[in-house]
Design a protein around this ligand. Structure first.
Ligand code: GLU
Length: 427
């Protein structure tokens, strides 16, 4: 969806609002509202048909005050420097709010892997590392999977890094496949983490998750695992939307009696696209892409891209919605926050709600450093503990100060990063 919103301006608007609320010093504002370091570069790739293509790429480090820059690498045809800037900034707040010793960074390549062969994707990944090698490193900047990138991409990048560096550096990248330095539970982590936060939020508000219904936008890795855990805990998913590349359009798949998540997963591709014909033959209603937002449900999970819920379309959100859980990064625009707050909807903010992925990335680094790998149960138990601890701090502060959950999460995160900056003597 084309949008007039600029994600970096959104990220700065959110930051400025809370900087005012906590009366953040001027020097800290100036320093923290923009990335510390940026690399913009081109990756030449030989294509299978004998031609060559040049891909534009970015790696942006917002902050290394609390540890190495950490964050995903997105593959998207509409990637821009400002999107990556925003996402790198949100990573800083994400690692800070869950209190893991990492900073914030993000990368993006302007490409569409859905239209590229595996060998073209491999050459693109290796090219990314060759061009950005000097900026990466286990103690410097550590990429991970994100929109349309996966464990296989990470392993090609690790291999290229290790080939250049002539040694083993498993901590230079996370989200690697299990058995090749990856952690059990990493695939599930972001989606599960979102549901851990929703579960805690519902418990605090005396709402039984088993009595709730939900609608999900996006059925990639995050949407899928959020749907799985939410259903396992007894919630009912009424509809799921997904993007269809062939039609260049999104569709909403609805089953009022409740979607069977296992069944939907079995008819989707690696990029989260659900097969329309198969879904219809399984009894799903096929609705326009935006229909997911107006479902009469208790919980909305935007799990696709940024700028999806705006003042223009917020009016179609049902009066029964109690929670909006931002599974994606930046799905709600800042000018929509006051409307959500006014309606009394609880908003689980992105950088808290979807921090599960980076948390298990951190666990992956620890396991790689020890060269000893934990069971899935152990990983998920530690994840649950970390997410619940972060949630309870944010929730308590929001109650104490009477502020929106997003603002409370920002207050905690900005304070932690600002303290690190000052203690290091940078300001
Ligand atoms: N891409 C994920 C995010 O946006 C995970 C980042 C990571 O594991 O470093 O949080």
């Amino acid at each position: 969806m084309a949008s007039t919103y600029n994600p970096f301006e959104n990220a700065q608007a959110q930051f400025d609002k809370v900087a005012d609320m906590i009366q953040l010093e001027q020097d800290s504002r100036e320093f923290l509202r923009q990335p510390m370091r940026e690399l913009h570069f081109m990756i030449p790739v030989k294509m299978d048909d004998g031609t060559s293509k040049t891909f534009r790429a970015y790696r942006i480090q917002h902050s290394t005050a609390r540890g190495p820059a950490k964050g995903g690498l997105r593959f998207h045809p509409h990637e821009t420097a400002d999107t990556v800037r925003a996402l790198s900034m949100w990573m800083t707040w994400k690692t800070a709010v869950v209190d893991i010793p990492l900073g914030g960074g993000k990368g993006g390549i302007v490409c569409d892997p859905r239209t590229m062969s595996l060998s073209e994707q491999e050459r693109l990944c290796r090219g990314f590392v060759r061009q950005s090698f000097d900026l990466l490193g286990p103690n410097v900047d550590v990429p991970a999977p994100d929109v349309m990138s996966n464990g296989q991409h990470m392993l090609w990048m690790l291999d290229e890094y290790e080939t250049i560096a002539r040694g083993h550096y498993p901590g230079v990248i996370t989200g690697k496949p299990v058995g090749s330095g990856g952690s059990l539970g990493r695939t599930e982590a972001t989606g599960y983490g979102v549901v851990y936060i929703v579960d805690d939020l519902l418990k605090n508000e005396d709402i039984d998750i088993k009595e709730t219904t939900a609608s999900i936008q996006g059925f990639g890795n995050v949407g899928e695992y959020a749907a799985r855990l939410y259903s396992d805990l007894g919630g009912t998913v009424i509809s799921v939307s997904s993007y269809d590349l062939a039609d260049k359009a999104s569709y909403t798949f609805r089953k009022k009696t409740g979607c069977n998540i296992e069944e939907l997963v079995s008819i989707k591709d690696n990029f989260g696209c659900i097969d329309k014909e198969k879904a219809q033959s399984l009894g799903y209603e096929l609705l326009p892409g935006e229909a997911w937002l107006s479902e009469d449900v208790d919980i909305l999970f935007p799990a696709a891209l940024e700028n999806q819920i705006t003042p223009e379309n917020f009016s179609c959100v049902s009066g029964n919605v109690k929670v909006i859980a931002e599974a994606a990064n930046g799905p709600v625009t800042p000018d929509c926050d006051p409307l959500i707050e006014k309606r009394g909807i609880h908003l689980a903010p992105d950088f808290l709600a979807n921090a599960g992925g980076v948390t298990v990335s951190y666990f992956e680094q620890i396991q790689c450093n020890m060269n000893y790998f934990w069971s899935k149960e152990e990983v998920l138990e530690k994840l649950r503990y970390t997410m619940s601890k972060a949630f309870s701090g944010v929730y308590q502060l929001s109650k104490e100060r009477g502020v929106y959950l997003r603002d409370a999460a920002y207050m905690i995160a900005i304070d932690r990063v600002n303290k690190a900056v000052k203690q290091r003597g940078w300001l």
